[in-house]
Write a protein that binds this ligand. Structure first.
Ligand SMILES: Nc1nc(=O)c2c([nH]1)NC[C@@H]1CN(c3ccc(C(=O)N[C@@H](CCC(=O)O)C(=O)O)cc3)C=[N+]21
Ligand SMILES: [Mg+2]
Length: 287
């Protein structure tokens, strides 16, 4: 067993996916005389959201997808936001709609996500798209879980028969990732852990593939990892020491066989998969 894990380069794999996508975008534009377009809605001025939205815009430019940014003030009402979503739903130039989360306090995110046309729901957050995923008939795959699956696949890690332990049960990552890992074709055996799990280290140490999606900086330490396990860190925690994941990289990388860094791991993949979904939305809407 080597004492230093192979680092999974999410930045490089995301670039590879964007390069492949750029070719498909050119072909789509030639066939349809339409440019795929992603509309992002940003309410308020959360600094973290500013970074994501800027990264998304730049990534769109790189692959030839148009992007719109709709900025609304923090005191926007529920009805004003619903009006904008309704307008984007009807706009034939817009193929993908993303409402950046979290929304400012006072806005009901569930009602907003329900208002996004499922055909343009490139986050795959609408209950229709969540249900389709659970039934094994997805229209869009949610971006972060899909990004994790692509990281595993493109690193040559076979999930079939493996014990995958997902720490975290959010609607955005934990729950859909557990679905994708256990789906036919991926064929992992999945355990979902959370804040009420008894003896968490006893369970994480059974993981062949350990996914950290809890939102607690450096929560997973090397002693919680089975030697040779694959460790995927979905955390994006802003601390005084900068951006850190949910995994303590230094101790974990001495035990794992493969590990994703933060930054440069899952984050860039999330954005690449958002672009993939935008092209897919445009293909379905323009066909
Ligand atoms: N409707 C919606 N859809 C989302 O997909 C969504 C969202 N809301 N709200 C916030 C979370 C978080 N998220 C990230 C995207 C990119 C990076 C990313 O690019 N991270 C870089 C570093 C960026 C930095 O320096 O801050 C990296 O890890 O290398 C991280 C996190 C998308 N989210
Ligand atoms: Mg929730």
């Amino acid at each position: 067993m080597s004492d230093t894990a192979q680092i999974i380069d999410g930045k490089a794999i995301a670039k590879q996916i964007r390069d492949e996508l750029a070719v498909d975008v050119v072909e789509f534009i030639q066939n349809n005389s339409v440019v795929p377009c992603l509309a992002a809605v940003l309410v308020g001025d959360d600094p973290a959201s500013e970074v994501y939205v800027r990264n998304k815009r730049r990534a769109c430019e790189h692959v030839g997808i148009d992007s719109q940014l709709h900025r609304l003030p923090a005191d926007t009402t529920q009805d004003e936001l619903l009006d904008l979503v309704a307008k984007l739903n009807k706009d034939n130039e817009v193929h993908g709609i993303l409402v950046q989360l979290p929304l400012p306090a006072g806005l009901d995110a569930d009602q907003i996500l329900l208002a996004v046309s499922p055909a343009k729901d490139v986050d795959a957050f609408h209950p229709t798209n969540v249900g389709r995923l659970v039934q094994g008939k997805p229209r869009f795959l949610p971006c972060t879980p899909h990004g994790v699956m692509q990281l595993l696949k493109r690193t040559g890690i076979d999930t079939a028969g493996q014990h995958a332990v997902v720490v975290g049960r959010s609607d955005i990552v934990g729950k859909p990732l557990a679905q994708l890992l256990s789906a036919r074709g991926a064929d992992a055996t999945v355990t979902v852990c959370h804040s009420r799990t008894n003896d968490l280290p006893g369970i994480t140490r059974q993981a062949d593939i350990l996914i950290a999606a809890i939102g607690k900086p450096e929560f997973i330490t090397g002693d919680m990892i089975k030697p040779g396990a694959v460790v995927i860190d979905v955390g994006v925690n802003r601390t005084d020491a900068g951006l850190v994941g949910d995994v303590e990289f230094e101790s974990a990388s001495k035990v794992a066989s493969h590990i994703t860094p933060v930054p440069g791991g899952v984050g860039p993949m999330t954005i690449a998969m958002l672009l993939v979904n935008t092209l897919r939305a445009a293909q379905a809407l323009e066909q």
